[in-house]
Design a protein around this ligand. Structure first.
Ligand code: MAN
Length: 143
């Protein structure tokens, strides 16, 4: 029992949940988005799936990989990679872009390039960096 607890704690400690822990609320959370053909489900820091509404088995579109935002805003994007391989194509992958908003929810899912999915996700966690900057450095001129 204790061994399992330790393992879970270690697993959580290994995950990068933001420079101020702002994405810790995502731990063990899954989110769904329905579109015409599929439901997309992302389980944060774990995997992402494309679930067919017309039956058929779920397709994994990626496993948790890394934060991939630009160097000055690393926590803007995250990537799920090495999903089920497309016929004649690459392994499926998903990039999530976060935007500051009131709720934790998926706003949109697209497949701009075949088997490369992109998701727009609204969350208060993405507002944190700006807030922290304002509080810690209220007046940049002083520095
Ligand atoms: C399935 C889905 C699509 C993908 C094709 C590629 O139909 O996973 O999103 O483009 O396979 O063959």
């Amino acid at each position: 029992m204790l061994r399992f607890l330790c393992r879970d704690l270690r697993k959580q400690a290994d995950v990068d949940v933001g420079s101020h822990g702002e994405y810790s609320a995502f731990m063990d959370q899954c989110f769904d988005y329905d579109e015409r053909e599929y439901t997309y489900r992302v389980c944060m820091f774990k995997d992402a799936k494309q679930i067919s509404k017309g039956g058929g088995s779920d397709v994994t579109i990626g496993y948790w990989d890394a934060w991939t935002g630009p160097s000055d805003n690393k926590y803007l994007k995250m990537k799920y990679a090495n999903g089920a391989t497309c016929w004649n194509g690459p392994a499926r992958s998903l990039t999530i872009t976060f935007q500051c908003g009131v709720d934790h929810k998926i706003i949109d899912v697209r497949e701009p390039t075949r088997c490369e999915y992109s998701m727009l996700f609204e969350t208060p966690s993405a507002c944190d960096e700006k807030i922290a900057t304002t509080i810690i450095h209220p007046n940049h001129e002083e520095f």
